[in-house]
Design a protein around this ligand. Structure first.
Ligand code: 13P
Ligand code: SF4
Length: 312
């Protein structure tokens, strides 16, 4: 580790204390950010941590919708993020105006709208309940039986949840640009190379890839799965940052990153926008912050609180 990197880490820890901040990081963050964070987890764990914290500042190392979620559930806190441009292809696939127009055009259907947490506050404000990959099956199982469900914005996650619950849903046609890079061919090839390996995949993968997996789950559940797997070789089909967390938690396992057809396509450019330098700068300046109109926040809070309550 270089002297500058040690200085930077010390500065971040000093600023964190000085500002009474908590650092929350998603499992896809670069290893050096994960190692500095107070908590590392999936979208669901991070939402609970953001809601519970009594720190003055929530420094969110993930992507924008995750930091926005923290602000929605804990509005009196200052919520900052290292790079305000860290977006998400799923969020972009479902602009709030498009969802609003769709719901208006289909008013007679009286949809029960379930939104995957990877969406904007504006979209959350239009929904009945939110879910994450960690609780989607559980949340869909609790949806009113007499209403048709519209599931936004991830069609792949939605298809998996339909299989798991037997509940039919109309799906918005969004996808994660990282997870759709894994293909049936690329995963079959690595399985052939390691015939005794188990495969764990994120539900944002396509159905063809999921069908090759032994387990489909959220990033946090991957940690437990890898720790408890009765084999040494595990093929991990998700974003590259996950390997850092898994290697730390299951050091005895041989974790093999699932390949894509092209090379190095399993990096989420948005997740990787955050760097130690930007983390230091945002703590020093307490900027950029997450802000939104209070009316949007209040409307987005209801379906989020419903989710947090229903998944306890
Ligand atoms: P998890 O909630 O499973 O961590 O997923 C978040 C995400 O963005 C996956 O691409
Ligand atoms: Fe969004 Fe995909 Fe990146 Fe997750 S990995 S933040 S779903 S673009």
């Amino acid at each position: 580790m270089s002297a500058t990197s040690i200085d930077l880490k010390e500065e971040i820890l000093r600023l964190k204390q000085e500002k009474n901040a908590v650092i929350l990081a998603h499992n896809y963050q670069v290893g050096e950010i994960q190692d500095l964070a107070d908590y590392v987890g999936d979208s669901l764990g991070l939402a609970y941590r953001a809601q519970e914290t009594d720190a003055d500042v929530i420094c969110f190392c993930g992507v924008h919708f995750m930091a926005e979620t923290a602000k929605i559930v804990n509005p009196t806190k200052t919520v900052i993020l290292p790079d305000a441009d860290a977006g998400c292809s799923l969020e972009q696939a479902c602009p709030a105006e498009d969802l609003e127009a769709f719901l208006k055009a289909n008013e007679e259907k009286n949809y029960y709208v379930i939104a995957y947490i990877n969406c904007s506050a504006g979209v959350k404000a239009l929904c009945d309940v939110i879910c994450t990959s960690g609780n989607a099956v559980h949340i869909v199982n609790q949806a009113p039986a007499d209403r048709p469900i519209l599931f936004v914005p991830d069609a792949n996650l939605g298809a998996w949840v339909m299989e798991q619950t037997g509940r039919k849903m109309d799906l918005w046609k969004g996808s994660c640009y990282v997870h759709v890079e894994f293909t049936q061919n690329s995963i079959q090839r690595i399985k052939d190379e390691y015939p005794d390996a188990l495969v764990v995949a994120h539900p944002e993968c396509t159905t063809a890839v999921r069908l090759l997996a032994d387990e489909v789950c959220s990033t946090e559940k991957m940690v437990t799965y890898c720790k408890e797997a009765p084999v040494d070789n595990i093929i991990v089909v998700t974003e590259s940052g996950m390997l850092h967390r898994l290697q730390k938690e299951a050091p005895e396992k041989n974790l093999i990153p699932g390949p894509t057809d092209k090379c190095a396509c399993n990096d989420c450019v948005y997740m990787k926008m955050n760097t130690l330098e930007k983390l230091r700068d945002c703590l020093a300046a307490l900027s950029p912050t997450v802000e939104m109109p209070e009316s949007t926040r209040q409307r987005a809070e209801l379906p989020l609180l419903r989710m947090l309550e229903q998944s306890k």
